[in-house]
Design a binder for this molecule. Sequence first.
Ligand SMILES: NC(=O)c1ccc[n+]([C@@H]2O[C@H](COP(=O)([O-])OP(=O)(O)OC[C@H]3O[C@@H](n4cnc5c(N)ncnc54)[C@H](O)[C@@H]3O)[C@@H](O)[C@H]2O)c1
Length: 425
Amino acid sequence: MNRSKKDITLMSLNEIKNSLKEGKVTISVIGIGRIGLPTALSFANSGLPTTGVDVNAKLVSMINSQKYPLKDEPGFDKIFHNVIKKKKFHAVTEISKVVPDSDVVILSLPTPMNNENIPDYSALISVGKNLNKLLSSKTVCPETANPGEILNDFKKLPRLVSAIDEKIIPIITEIYAHVFNVEIIPMPNCKTANAVKLTTNVFRDINIAFVNELALLFEKLGIDITTVIETAKRKYNFQPHFPGPGVGGPCLPVNSYQILNTSKNFNHDLLKIVQTARKINEDMPYHVIKLLADALNKVGKSVKNSTVTILGVSYKPNVRDIQLAPSGEIIKLLEQEKVNIKIFDPHFISTEIFSHKTENNLEDAVKGSDAVLLITGHREFRSINPDLFVDIMKSPVLVDCTGMIDPMSAKKSGVIFRGIGRGGT
Ligand SMILES: NC(=O)c1ccc[n+]([C@@H]2O[C@H](COP(=O)([O-])OP(=O)(O)OC[C@H]3O[C@@H](n4cnc5c(N)ncnc54)[C@H](O)[C@@H]3O)[C@@H](O)[C@H]2O)c1
């Protein structure tokens, strides 16, 4: 333990500023996954000696062998190689090896949900207990960011900082201002800072539920929702949200359940809108199967025992992540109908997803299928030519959950097309 160093919480702000400038504030980031690694790299890139700690020994060894692990997080690969070269960053598996010598400890640990939609804080609690033993007084901060766009967010979005002990707030503000060239907003306390994050994410969950319900109605009314949203966008106070096969990922559904579970401690009737939004979004996979059944019916087929190709399994475009992805629910529903499932996702080549082997390329995936379900709008699917479906499928049935296929050109090619909310097309 480095006892010669002055505790950062006992330093004046001027002393902290100087230590930051001289690169003497040492950082450890515990949990170097999707959020923790970009965070650690940002600290290291600002000149502060940073160590990543993770229980995943494979990840730690990959990092120490200079292999950048987050291929779908653009921009950080360059920073990664740069900070490793400058010896500002490395990774270890044991907390006890680095925490005692760190001035600031950042936790970026998984906070998933269990089967009852209750957040699982076990990783946080276990690390917290360890920290208790290792720390006398250290500054511990939380983190937020959007996968696939983390560098952009770190460069543009204001950062919220807070602390349990309010004396620490100016210290964290100073440290964050050194690392991130954006506005740093000190919040009155941690629960208010967290409420901002929950509010922005729950807002999206509710609004996606709203457009999902509109989509169901517009299909019946013969209205194309894409045309409606694109035009509504022209009004200054409308914020566009788009329908889809459900809402997944480690944030939106989890945050909605977090706020619902908290509200239940006070009043079971609070936040009914969030409950309803969750139900609507969780029911969307059933709607996808209905669209599929309807389209297959047009060619005299049923879902049962058919061969269906799934394009895209990630919970959102351009990331390699299937946490709570709607594709998982859709695959379960297809399995119940004994469907022969083929999967192609450019982020999951030659691997196994939801117990199904994935295909190596689009053509092999689509060839001989009765229908295609386009679930995730990865950029690689933007250039799909609908003629491909007509040429190599048993029946050219396409259900687009992403809104990225132009129904008119699909139909012109001879494709039997269904899309979420694409009434009247
Ligand atoms: N992914 C997102 O969209 C996102 C966005 C903003 C905030 N967050 C929050 O960031 C936090 C981290 O999420 P993530 O998406 O980076 O998760 P992740 O699963 O990608 O990374 C977490 C890392 O922690 C490691 N880990 C697990 N238990 C550990 C332990 N006991 N000790 C050390 N390491 C351990 C795992 O091996 C993994 O590498 C969560 O609280 C999440 O809510 C996530």
